[in-house]
Design a protein around this ligand. Structure first.
Ligand code: ZN
Length: 454
């Protein structure tokens, strides 16, 4: 078969009309409640369109699939996705090879927030990507029961090339809610905005929502008095792996007399997993994203088992990705939710793959240690260090300062044993030592800092 014929066959197979998915809440309203077979049919079509568009335009994927000798005609739907290679975070640093839109189609250049010391990635968006982003947040916000009668205070940066703030803003506008662009203001500024604009919903990072409420309390005003009904938590999990609310989430609910809803999103996937009113995991939206949970061997794990979240965001045209490794660890919750939506739900993010520690024959995440100690009044503060032993295993040392320095740390070992089933090495430090080592921001939340020295 000559080269041109092969390319034509591939295009025929994927469908020539692969441009621009048309997203509207009305169009996909029914899909949320559809049977798995109906969902599969829609998702197969969107997936093949996405693949067709990406392969026709992306220098990166063209080269990768040629190198890996991928026969695209064998990809008939989502069930065959495992035949395609994975996309790594490092691949994204070569943005120019991943961009599929012409210069004149790009309307916004976003940057990732560069977590764990990595270089930020450029994410160019087309106008359809911005519409897709707005649709994504419109349905995510609506999932929590928010509607056009609500006023939302967005406490996330709308500038400096961040995607989250603008996404929530656009989504809220699309929902016809009233939006208050608090942006990256200080806790004091957000507090003043609450008093001026009387929002019913706050969108923000849990630690910031805590600081805003604390600011009110420090000024003899009660956050409960201002009519906030919902807190939409971004950037940090609200629950542990067993789906229990973290102490900070319980504290926030009581502080604001509001319900907290968890969302999980990232700039690379440009898609949000938001909890519905049942608050039982973030609903996936089949028209927007394909989610896989992969084990260490790169193969999918059954629902309920932990693995790396790998995503294929559908319908993105600026920088479309296929099988992107997020580095986040979680698991899927199958079965109908009490809200009657049929889509599988993503459990809380348990940790980052690169922070996974192999310890005494089990896997531990620094986040899990944090979830045990955060909010316990006996624990003052501390930090965790991970080191590599000569035999390749990990060494975990918890440097802990207790509220009362004259008491023993037996309870600390017991609580870790009971909830984690393993106890890291514990090194007692004084409160001053903890204060010196733990950054100011984390101190307020009693958040344990993790130093990865492996
Ligand atoms: Zn639900």
């Amino acid at each position: 078969m000559n080269k041109q014929k092969k390319a034509d066959d591939a295009n025929d197979h994927l469908g020539k009309n692969f441009l621009v998915a048309d997203f509207s809440a009305q169009k996909y309203a029914e899909l949320q409640f559809a049977s798995p077979a109906e969902v599969n049919e829609v998702q197969n079509r969107l997936f093949l369109q996405h693949l067709g568009y990406t392969l026709a335009r992306s220098p990166f994927y063209k080269k990768l699939y040629a190198q890996e000798k991928i026969d695209i005609t064998k990809i008939k739907g989502v069930a065959d996705i495992g035949q395609l290679p994975l996309t790594h975070k490092a691949d994204l640093l070569l943005t120019q090879n991943l961009v599929c839109a012409d210069k004149n189609e790009i309307v916004d250049i976003s940057l990732t927030s560069a977590t764990s010391g990595t270089t930020p990635t450029l994410i160019p968006l087309t106008s359809t990507d911005l519409s897709r982003l707005a649709y994504n947040e419109e349905i995510a916000i609506a999932m929590t029961g928010v509607n056009q009668t609500d006023t939302l205070l967005v406490c996330a940066a709308l500038d400096r090339c961040f995607m989250a703030g603008i996404a929530y803003f656009l989504g809220g506008v699309k929902l016809s809610a009233s939006m208050v662009r608090g942006g990256s203001g200080s806790a004091a500024q957000h507090w003043e905005l609450i008093k001026l604009t009387q929002p019913t919903v706050i969108v923000g990072v849990p630690s910031l929502m805590y600081k805003i409420g604390k600011h009110g309390l420090d000024n003899n005003e009660n956050p409960k008095d201002w009519g906030i009904k919902k807190l939409i938590a971004i950037g940090e999990p609200t629950k542990n792996a067993k789906m229990d609310l973290l102490p900070i989430s319980r504290e926030l609910e009581s502080m604001w007399n509001a319900k907290i809803y968890s969302t999980y999103a990232s700039s690379e996937m440009a898609t949000t997993f938001c909890e519905c009113e049942a608050r039982n995991g973030g609903h996936t939206r089949p028209e927007l994203i394909i989610v896989e949970i992969l084990g260490d061997d790169g193969l999918p794990v059954p629902a309920g088992e932990k693995g790396e979240v790998v995503v294929t965001p559908l319908g993105v045209t600026g920088m479309p990705l296929v099988r992107f490794k997020t580095g986040d660890i979680s698991y899927m919750i199958q079965g109908k939710c009490s809200c009657k939506r049929t889509s599988p739900r993503l459990a809380p993010i348990i940790g980052r793959k690169n922070q996974m520690l192999k310890y005494k024959g089990t896997t531990v995440f620094p986040n899990a240690i944090l979830a045990v100690l955060e909010g316990d009044h006996r624990f003052y503060n501390g930090y965790i260090e991970a080191q590599k032993n000569a035999d390749g295993t990990d060494r975990i040392i918890l440097y802990a300062a207790l509220t009362r320095e004259d008491v023993s740390d037996t309870w600390l070992k017991e609580i870790l044993q009971a909830k984690l089933r393993v106890v890291p090495e514990i090194n007692r430090i004084t409160r001053q030592e903890a204060d010196k080592k733990v950054c100011q921001f984390d101190k307020k939340r009693k958040r344990i800092t993790f130093f990865d020295l492996r």
